[in-house]
Design a binder for this molecule. Structure first.
Ligand code: XIL
Length: 553
């Protein structure tokens, strides 16, 4: 099999020294962070040091589905909403309105992303909006500032960066802050405020990065240990620096975490944006990695326009509406297929596609999710999607039906029944994708039973989105113990052994290292959740050891 090539030369990012005043508050007085009143200045200038940085938070406000992407208003009567007016780049930025004090702004929870004893770099673009001056024609400007705060009993504030912003264009705000090693860990937030103006604030392209220790080179490559592709979900931030080094050392297949979803590829009907997808596919081609396409037909991450007519009327099960929706399904697939052929030709790395994602709902009489696809087209939308994908992508691409919790008995029954129908109808489905978002305590026997059931139907199988959470979504995790990580490693080993016993097409994990897991923000904030193989510092966890042990046993 292909051995992943190591990145030749890592990207050394130079941290530009900025005029930075690190201000530390020792005694917390007022609950509201009026920066000038509450913070004792302790000037220090950050030295210029070449550092290997990893991005731990990146927000561009471009995805309408993510709204304000976790940013919340700060202050009474303040609103912080995604806006499509004058973005710095892309299609959106954050607009903060209703400010009545300079400290009013917007905030985001960064607990689990920042740590004591480490230098963090914060960069963002800012601009003023309406208000903040009586003369609407005057050039308005004001000082806008980013602050990192430890919240709770021992509040502390660090002003990370400030800049003079105007209403006429965007200004970059950048700075670094080293949180003292003796800072107690806890809840953290990053917020935007001003020092003077009360004008509306705009924010775009926020990025927080921190140095990462070197990637371990003495441990075995996962992908290099077996002749089954080992994949991971990625976003652009994983494709440079040390994350990329880790990726190329252990994985030989990628899934775009979001970049190939319909809402990204075709946000408006007929207007395709292949940029985010190309970034990932270019990387895959450059390094000889395979790509699993995710996803074509889904109830989420699909723009509303798919299901409304040009006048905004919701589509119904009327034959003309049905045809319109089938045409749109085909147009989406066709545009992607043509783009792949045009850009990559024979080197197209996309070998498989999640054609339909999350079609099951055991709560319904027919076991199928009654999504907008289902409402308009009925249960046959699934067969139509596979027929169309086969016609558009050709016979060599593996067509996958992907779903979650397939190990649960009721979902296993719904899956088996759907598959039997699809097979009887001659639908060109090649494989079942099991997402496998599991947790410590999940039953390996149930997973085994599901893999057996699908094998009995003669279909191939893939593990598409493995992660093993330490807690259930409604449990609070205050600290992660060594015992929990060991239990996770043991379960990962048993799971991977079970997967391998069923001859999977590939095994993919849903994220490269713990900082990057979607479970830290879904279905609610779980800042300490750690469901992946590598920790926040990109170092191997017992879960990696368990995975490797299964591959080599
Ligand atoms: C998740 C991504 O990880 C998040 O970044 C995004 O905000 C929501 O979607 N099942 C799937 C994936 O099929 O597409 C989901 O990915 C995780 C659950």
């Amino acid at each position: 099999m292909r051995r992943p090539a190591l990145i030749l030369g890592t990207v050394a990012l130079t941290v530009v020294a900025v005029v930075l005043v690190v201000l530390v508050l020792r005694d917390p007085p007022a609950p509201t962070p009026t920066a000038s009143a509450n913070v004792q200045p302790t000037p220090s200038v950050t030295p210029v040091v070449p550092t290997e940085l990893s991005t731990v938070l990146t927000t561009d406000f471009d995805d309408p589905e993510q709204d304000a992407a976790g940013w919340e208003p700060l202050g009474e009567g303040v609103e912080a909403l995604r806006s499509e007016e004058v973005p710095h780049t892309g299609t959106g930025s954050l607009l903060v309105t209703g400010r009545s004090a300079p400290w009013n702004g917007a905030q985001v929870d960064v607990t689990g992303l920042v740590s004591p004893g480490i230098q963090h770099t914060v960069a963002a673009w800012v601009r003023l909006g309406q208000g903040g001056g009586d003369d609407p024609g005057a050039v308005r400007s004001g000082t806008v500032r980013m602050t990192l705060q430890r919240t709770g009993d021992a509040e502390q504030f660090w002003h990370v960066a400030d800049a003079r912003a105007t209403a006429d264009g965007w200004t970059e705000l950048t700075g670094t802050v080293t949180l003292p090693a003796d800072t107690t860990d806890g809840q953290w937030r990053l917020y935007l405020e001003s020092a003077d103006t009360l004008a509306d604030l705009r924010l775009d392209e926020v990025r927080v990065s921190r140095p990462t220790p070197p990637v371990q080179t003495e441990i075995a490559s996962l992908a290099g240990s077996i002749d089954v592709p080992i994949g991971t979900a990625v976003a652009e931030q994983d494709l440079s620096g040390r994350p990329a080094e880790l990726l190329l050392r252990h994985f030989d297949q990628l899934t775009a975490e979001n970049a190939m979803k319909p809402s990204v590829v075709q946000p408006t009907e007929g207007q395709f944006d292949f940029g985010p997808m190309d970034t990932i596919l270019d990387f895959a081609v450059a390094h000889g990695l395979a790509v699993h396409g995710h996803t074509l037909v889904w109830h989420r991450s699909t723009p509303d326009w798919f299901f409304t007519d040009p006048d905004g009327r919701p589509l119904t099960a009327d034959p003309a509406d049905q045809q319109l929706l089938r045409d749109r399904m085909r147009a989406q697939m066709q545009a992607i297929a043509e783009h792949l052929t045009e850009r990559y030709g024979a080197a197209n790395p996309v070998n498989s596609w999640d054609v339909v994602n999350e079609a099951l709902d055991p709560g319904e009489g027919d076991g199928l999710r009654h999504s907008r696809w289902y409402d308009v087209l009925g249960p046959t939308y699934i067969g139509t999607a596979f027929d169309t994908a086969r016609a558009v992508f050709g016979p060599d691409v593996t067509l996958v039906l992907n779903d979650y919790d397939t190990d649960a008995p009721d979902r296993r029954r719904a899956l088996s029944s759907l598959l039997s129908t699809l097979i009887a109808d001659g639908v060109p489905i090649d494989a079942v994708g099991h997402q496998m978002h599991l947790r410590v305590g999940s039953s390996v026997a149930q997973v085994d039973a599901t893999l057996d059931a699908v094998a009995d139907l003669g279909l191939r199988q893939a593990i598409t989105e493995l992660d093993v959470a330490l807690t259930a979504p409604d449990q609070q995790l205050d600290t992660v113990t060594a015992d929990q990580l060991t239990a996770q490693g043991t379960l990962v080993r048993q799971l991977v052994e079970t997967f391998l016993a069923h001859d999977p097409e590939f095994i993919s994990v849903w994220g490269l290292y713990d900082t990057r897991t979607w479970l830290r923000s879904w279905p609610r904030d779980r800042p300490l959740e750690a469901p992946l193989l590598f920790d926040d510092d990109l170092q191997a966890k017992p879960a990696y050891q368990g995975f490797l042990a299964a591959l080599t046993s």
